[in-house]
Design a protein around this ligand. Structure first.
Ligand code: COA
Length: 396
């Protein structure tokens, strides 16, 4: 019989056991500094995010940065006989497509063969950063070899995007934008994946499309180096000239993506007269909304957000009157849903039982509501000021 303590010693935290790495050469396999950890493991290893059956477990998940050829290897000091240890390779194989390697010698043989890999689709944009060259491509699932490549690529979402799901690539409305680093290795040109995004062309009545960014991932070794901003800007630059595109929306954006989108949208917004002084000091109008949609492809909500950030940027907060006008404008917008609810309540209160109404729609006092509104405003203003501060350090 095992004691609970004995059994517990065979439990490993999936997030610290997994070592993800891109390997360009045999030497990279033995370079621990290249490894990075997953952020999320619950989708693969369950809510407890644990792996049972091993002591000092390391699960090595290596990828070649061009074709994404994968190696899965386990290292541990001992394993439990009974209960049986988790079959980690089998668990991973439910997500990682066939063709991965579990034999390190064979994997080394694979990666040392010169690669003829070329990115898929159409080259949209080239940029240089810190002495390296990056290329952004747009492709679809019909591009030869991309379907299989995408099956390997999307597995990264499991580790870095919370509640991610794999998309139905057979739906022809998906487009894929990918960034590759272009470099020279042993005299030949090589490409390494940096990040990608998927965009779905939704139909918009009567003859428009409303592309929606569904997933975006910049791989950890490349994060916070400006690649996400370049990728989003390339998507905008690609879609904006298309007269069929009504606006570009985002599916369920994470906080990180919202921060990225704000920086890019604000930078673009600065190019619009309607969002610069003196016009930006006027109230948000249908006209401003239209210009933001036509020129920046922003929907109403994001256009209003961009306007509020740029109006704050233009506001002299030491000028009491100007600052008050700004706060009132934002608070009025924030208060809209509450005011509509109050109006509806007034309309129904003569017709329903007041006790039932109080239970289903509990009312807060006017003072409490105003205090809450002010707190919400201050939090939002703080968010906006952060974006404004960032803007100074960002150039296209
Ligand atoms: C979110 C993500 C796409 C951003 O890409 P990135 O290449 O790291 O972003 P950039 O370097 O271009 O960031 C540009 C600016 O956006 C803002 N920003 C980007 N990521 C941010 C984060 N995690 N937190 C706060 N601000 C962020 C910052 O203002 C940043 O400028 P700074 O680095 O000078 O502060 C990337 O971090 C990622 O893939 N994260 C994991 C997956 C994810 O959350 N995807 C989005 C939802 S599907």
């Amino acid at each position: 019989m095992f004691s609970v303590k004995d059994l517990e010693s065979f439990i490993s935290k999936a997030s610290t056991s997994l070592e993800i790495k891109f390997v360009r050469s045999e030497a990279d396999i033995f370079d621990d500094s290249l490894a990075f950890a997953p952020v999320f493991t619950h989708q693969v290893f369950g809510e407890n995010e644990a792996i049972f059956g091993y002591k000092d477990l390391k699960v090595k998940l290596y990828h070649t940065p061009d074709t994404l050829s994968t190696y899965i290897g386990l290292k541990y000091t001992s394993q439990s006989d009974s209960p049986k240890p988790d079959n980690v390779v089998k668990i991973l194989s439910e997500y990682i497509p066939e063709g991965f390697c579990t034999n390190l010698d064979e994997y080394i043989r694979r990666i040392t063969v010169p690669s003829s890999f070329k990115p898929f689709g159409e080259l949209l944009h080239v940029y240089n950063q810190n002495d390296a060259t990056y290329e952004v491509y747009k492709t679809n699932i019909e591009c030869p070899g991309f379907r299989e490549y995408h099956e390997r690529l999307q597995t990264f979402l499991l580790w870095f995007v919370d509640a991610s799901s794999f998309i139905d690539v057979d739906d022809e409305k998906w487009n894929f934008y990918l960034i590759f680093e272009k470099h020279t290795q042993c005299g030949s040109t090589c490409y390494s994946i940096v990040g990608y995004t998927t965009v779905y062309d939704f139909y918009a009545y009567p003859d428009k499309v409303r592309p929606r960014i569904s997933q975006m991932l910049v791989l950890p070794p490349f994060q916070r180096k400006g690649h996400g901003a370049k990728l989003l800007q390339t998507v905008y630059d690609n879609l904006t000239p298309d007269p069929r595109v009504l606006d570009v929306t985002v599916e369920d954006p994470s906080d990180e993506f919202t921060a990225l989108r704000d920086v890019v949208d604000i930078r673009n917004g600065l190019g619009l007269e309607a969002l610069r002084p003196p016009l930006v000091h006027q109230e948000f109008s249908k006209d401003t909304e239209r210009v933001c949609r036509e020129r920046l492809k922003l929907n109403r909500k994001q256009a209003r957000r961009v306007y509020e950030i740029l109006r704050l940027k233009a506001t002299d907060r030491s000028n009491a009157e100007e600052y008050k006008a700004y706060r009132l404008s934002v608070k009025n917008r924030m208060n809209g849903p509450y005011q509509r609810e109050q109006k509806d309540m007034k309309r129904v209160q003569d017709f329903v039982d007041p006790t039932e109404l109080a239970l289903t729609h509990p009312q807060v006092s006017h003072e409490d509501h105003m205090t809450q509104l002010h707190q919400d405003y201050k939090a939002l203003e703080g968010e906006y000021l952060n974006v404004i501060e960032k803007l100074a350090s960002h150039t296209r």
